[in-house]
Ligand binder design. Structure first.
Ligand code: AP5
Ligand code: MG
Ligand code: ZN
Length: 213
């Protein structure tokens, strides 16, 4: 099963993708997590990506596409995957489509997690992220068992550099300009499903599993 998560920054793509990956036994592939891991490890890719991410801009397609295609070509992705944060532009979606076409494959579902902009800024300032395993918490809605410590891997939780309110505004603008058109793109392919992302995360997940079966 090949699934794409669509939605604004902070809509809960990562939160839901993790749960989907666990339930259906497929890898969770997040381009944002891959970039953040590279930044943390001080790689060249990480340093390049950080320039864009800190401003709330998209990392150029040339860099992003290659990383994603390499990742989904790995053995653990053979039975499917859930993509979180990719594609984010029409050109990225077209490249993915072409690559899948060549293999005689296709995206089965594009899940659009719908959350209005007003809710987003509030969510981001409360988010805490684990840069080691990619787990995400919220200081009010989804707190970790021990403050500042990841439940899964015991690493320190941080406020992401791009979660400052000014940067969040920019990310929302970029989302509406460059990523939202993907809703029409996947609607035209007949695979788009929209779920209400403003309800409790368990209820969002129930709506998604209803769709995925
Ligand atoms: P990325 O890491 O993908 O960030 P994003 O799309 O901005 O999305 P977020 O991770 O911020 O939000 P999310 O939807 O995963 O929400 P989450 O589950 O954490 O990308 C970061 C940057 O990398 C980009 O800006 C760009 O520069 C670059 N990049 C990445 N991919 C790229 C690409 N393909 N092309 C070019 N550049 C790329 O939830 C948010 C918060 O809300 C959490 O605190 C969570 O606990 C809480 N929450 C979740 N669900 C609920 C709920 N139902 N109710 C209440 N709270 C909830
Ligand atoms: Mg995320
Ligand atoms: Zn962790």
């Amino acid at each position: 099963m090949k699934i794409i998560m669509l939605g604004a920054p902070g809509a809960g793509k990562g939160t839901q993708a993790k749960m989907i990956a666990e339930k259906y036994g497929i890898p969770h592939v997040s381009t944002g997590d891959i970039f953040r891991a590279n930044i943390k490890n001080g790689t060249e890719l990480g340093m390049e990506a950080k320039k864009y991410m800190d401003q709330g801009l998209l990392v150029p397609d040339e860099l992003t596409v290659k990383i994603l295609l390499d990742r989904v070509a790995q053995a653990d992705c053979a039975k499917g995957y859930v993509l979180d944060g990719f594609p984010r532009t029409i050109p990225q979606a077209e490249v993915l489509d072409e690559a899948l076409n060549k293999l005689g494959e296709k995206i089965d579902y594009a899940i659009n997690v719908d959350v209005p902009d007003e809710n987003i800024v509030r969510r981001m300032s409360g988010r805490r992220a684990c840069l080691k395993c990619g787990a995400t918490y919220h200081i009010e809605h989804i707190p970790p068992k021990k403050e500042g410590v990841c439940d899964t891997c015991s690493s320190e939780l941080v406020l992401r550099d791009d979660d400052r309110p000014e940067t969040v505004q920019n990310r929302l603008k970029v989302y509406h300009e460059q990523t939202q058109p993907l809703i029409d793109f996947y609607t035209a392919k007949g695979v788009l499903k929209t779920v209400d992302g403003t309800v409790d995360m368990k209820d969002v997940f129930a709506a998604i599993t209803n769709i995925l079966g």
